[in-house]
Design a protein around this ligand. Structure first.
Ligand code: HEC
Length: 125
């Protein structure tokens, strides 16, 4: 679900994915379910801020990975895969499966948590 703004953002990301998707099936807004509020807490719990500068998260000023400012409107994740809700959740769940050998570690995050975190990241525009 999410706010109307989030839904329209997701819809436009999906439109983009439909044009340039090389990953097969794209998610529809209806089957993207994420709780951005819970995602905010999970970002703190998993300490993403140790490696990323993340707006709205106290103390999240890491500089190991890229800042996540405006990640909600970024075209690509890690300069590699289309920024769709499904791809973002897959990235968070297992970045080593998504892009083997990249520097973000697999953190054992369940898909449900990954989707809530993705919903939070999509509030960063
Ligand atoms: C140990 C450091 C580390 C931790 C912890 C970490 N990341 Fe990352 N992350 C990285 C690095 C390094 C990259 C860059 C990967 C690349 O571009 O190949 C990255 C990339 C990303 C990207 C893509 C950014 C972009 O500009 O395309 C997102 C989104 C992301 N991380 C989210 C998270 C979230 C959410 C968490 C917590 C659940 C997290 N990261 C935890 C190191 C980390």
């Amino acid at each position: 679900m999410g706010t109307p703004t989030t839904r329209s953002l997701i819809a436009s990301l999906l439109a983009l994915t439909a044009v340039a998707c090389d990953k097969g099936t794209a998610a529809g807004p209806d089957n993207f379910i994420g709780d951005a509020r819970r995602g905010t807490d999970l970002v703190k719990k998993y300490q993403c801020g140790g490696c990323h500068d993340i707006p709205g998260i106290a103390g999240a000023d890491g500089n190991v990975g890229p800042p996540l400012h405006r990640i909600g409107t970024r075209t690509y994740i890690a300069g590699y895969m289309q920024n769709s809700p499904d791809n973002m959740a897959d990235w968070i769940e297992d970045p080593q499966r998504a892009l083997p050998g990249n520097a973000m570690p697999r953190m054992g995050i369940p898909q449900k948590d990954a989707r809530d975190i993705a919903a939070f990241l999509y509030t960063l525009k």
